[in-house]
Design a protein around this ligand. Structure first.
Ligand code: TYD
Length: 224
């Protein structure tokens, strides 16, 4: 019997500043896709595998002092390379839909623009370490940078006060307004350069409004 090869799945990434509601929107899209009969894997970066989650702790814990921008970029890619090998590629090969909260565009925006390392080293490392894997679609959630970053700060402060937490995820939230302004500019430049793949989603309305914008884009772009 000839076994039919399953069709390669679709890779959708969510990008944007901290606190733009990416995780909520990813959960809602995942639920809608599952209801339509798709197999969906939800994952995130940095992290997504046990080893990559250890790297996440180093990267996001505010007790990690003095990490150089280059070391930070290298750790983002170490986490990503493991995540691709262990989770993303196998799921896509099996025909699943992979929804990922952040991917290489985050490194280009945060380390490339925010930390001023430039896009070139990020794209080169992506080529070497990620086999040039590109999302089929990237949803860039855009809202007022000041409001979204303040929201992320409040949330993380509350979470790190929670019982039994030995670490926090506040290292990036301590950055300045100027840093987040550069990150946002970095994202908008990627969207301009790769306008086929990256769609800017206005995330200033209610979660319901943002979700329906996302559903329209996903149906149109991925022809679902
Ligand atoms: P995330 O958990 O998505 O934070 P939030 O839910 O607040 O948006 O990401 C954690 C932080 O890591 C976030 O501040 C952005 C940063 N980051 C980078 O700087 N470079 C990267 O490549 C990635 C994946 C994340």
């Amino acid at each position: 019997m000839i076994r039919q090869m399953s069709r390669r799945g679709k890779f959708i990434t969510f990008e944007g500043l901290d606190g733009t509601g990416k995780s909520t929107q990813m959960g809602r899209l995942a639920a809608a896709l599952r209801a339509a009969g798709h197999t969906v894997v939800e994952t995130r970066e940095p992290g997504g595998t046990p080893t990559a989650e250890k790297i996440r702790k180093v990267l996001l814990d505010s007790s990690t002092a003095g990490l150089s921008p280059l070391a930070e970029m290298a750790l983002m890619f170490a986490s990503r390379a493991q995540h691709i090998a262990e989770v993303i590629e196998p799921a896509l090969a099996a025909g699943g839909m992979v929804l990922c909260d952040r991917f290489t565009d985050s490194t280009e925006a945060y380390q490339g623009s925010g930390r001023k390392l430039g896009s070139e080293p990020v794209l080169k490392l992506h080529h070497v370490l990620c086999g040039d894997l590109q999302p089929d679609l990237t949803l860039l959630l855009d809202s007022n940078p000041h409001t979204s970053v303040s929201r992320a700060r409040r949330r993380n402060r509350q979470e790190s006060k929670g019982a039994g937490r030995s670490h926090d995820e506040n290292r990036f939230e301590q950055e300045t307004r100027a840093f987040f302004a550069r990150v946002r500019e970095g994202y908008l430049a990627i969207a301009k350069r790769e306008s086929e793949r990256v769609v800017i989603i206005d995330a200033r309305g209610t979660p319901g409004q943002t979700h329906s914008r996302i559903m329209d884009v996903v149906k149109r772009k991925l022809k679902l």
